[in-house]
Design a protein around this ligand. Structure first.
Ligand code: NAP
Length: 274
């Protein structure tokens, strides 16, 4: 569906972007829905982000994703920030509304689908979130909406407290310090390069669930340790797929078939060069 004068641009702005699976996902979505667009990943240094966003406007891009380290900075470069991006404090999607460029967020919605549909979690589930960046903030909003009991750990305590407050503001209750979590969510990049999480999170038991937001072809050390201990495990593919499906819908009004996206993701991550 690409390579014509009418073909529209979808873009990823990040730094770096070379291992992103998003192009594979969105090309599959275009193919399945008949949208005439191509999705390109651009490595944009922070000093060039404003120029890149202006470029999207000038080129009439159909939409874009934004990833680390631009998810917060982009909020100042658009015409309006959606309530969802405002709630999370970060954007992962740029889309149009009546000629205005909006910064939106589909991470929290995508993660909530994983928590409920894939993992079957319910209100009151005891969850510990590791990390306090953009992914942890999306997790805090999703867990708040679920009505979970939440504790946040981060190496900088004040940042953990901020993310904990965000979860409580969205409906979570605080998980007491002495209580063991039923679910541990890794929202740090630890594991991308095969690094373990801090020690307490590496010793789960069979009644616990390990959810790693990191996605890569091989299980991370956190998920390997959890699986060895008999705990249930899930990696970041489910969230990646769900946030991509919602972003595509924001750009095109069409919901891409999830099995098609799942197959494209599996090919991108598990195939040669994945
Ligand atoms: P971020 O905003 O840069 O935040 C990273 C967090 O991890 C910060 O709290 C940071 O602590 C902490 N951290 C980094 N290195 C650490 C270490 N060595 N020890 C302890 N804490 C450490 O990044 P993000 O956007 O939240 O993304 C985090 C990861 O989530 C990404 O790498 C990606 O793999 C994953 N993710 C997945 C999806 C998905 O769809 N599956 C979506 C978004 C993100 P400091 O603040 O102290 O540096």
């Amino acid at each position: 569906m690409t390579g014509r004068a009418s073909t529209r641009l979808l873009a990823l702005l990040g730094h770096p972007v070379d291992h992103s699976a998003s192009p594979a996902l969105h090309h599959a979505a275009c193919e399945a829905t008949g949208i005439d667009a191509t999705y390109l990943a651009f490595d944009v240094a922070p000093s060039r982000l404003a120029a890149a966003v202006e470029g999207l406007r000038a080129l009439g891009a159909l939409g874009a994703n934004v990833t680390v380290p631009h998810k917060q900075a982009v909020l100042d470069l658009v015409d309006a920030v959606t309530d969802e991006a405002h709630a999370v404090g970060a954007a992962n999607t740029l889309c149009w509304d009546d000629g205005r460029l909006l910064a939106d967020n589909t991470d929290a919605t995508g993660l909530l689908e994983v928590l409920t549909d894939d993992l079957g979690l319910q209100a009151q589930t005891a969850v510990e979130v590791v990390g306090a960046g953009g992914a942890a903030r999306a997790a805090a909003v999703a867990l708040g909406r679920l009505g979970a009991r939440v504790r946040v750990w981060a190496r900088r305590r004040e940042r953990a407290e901020e993310v904990q407050a965000l979860a409580l503001a969205h409906g979570a209750q605080a998980l007491e310090a002495r209580e063991r979590p039923e679910v541990v969510v890794n929202a740090t990049p630890l594991g991308l390069a095969d690094e373990p999480l801090p020690e307490p999170f590496m010793a789960l038991t069979p009644d616990q669930t390990a959810l790693d937001l990191v996605y890569r072809p091989e299980p991370t050390p956190f998920l390997r340790a959890a699986a060895r201990a008999g705990a249930r495990t899930a990696d970041g593919r489910g969230m990646l797929l769900a946030q991509a499906a919602h972003a595509f819908e924001r750009w095109t009004g069409l919901a891409p078939p999830r099995p098609v996206l799942a197959a494209a993701l599996a090919r991108a991550l598990d195939g040669p060069g994945g």
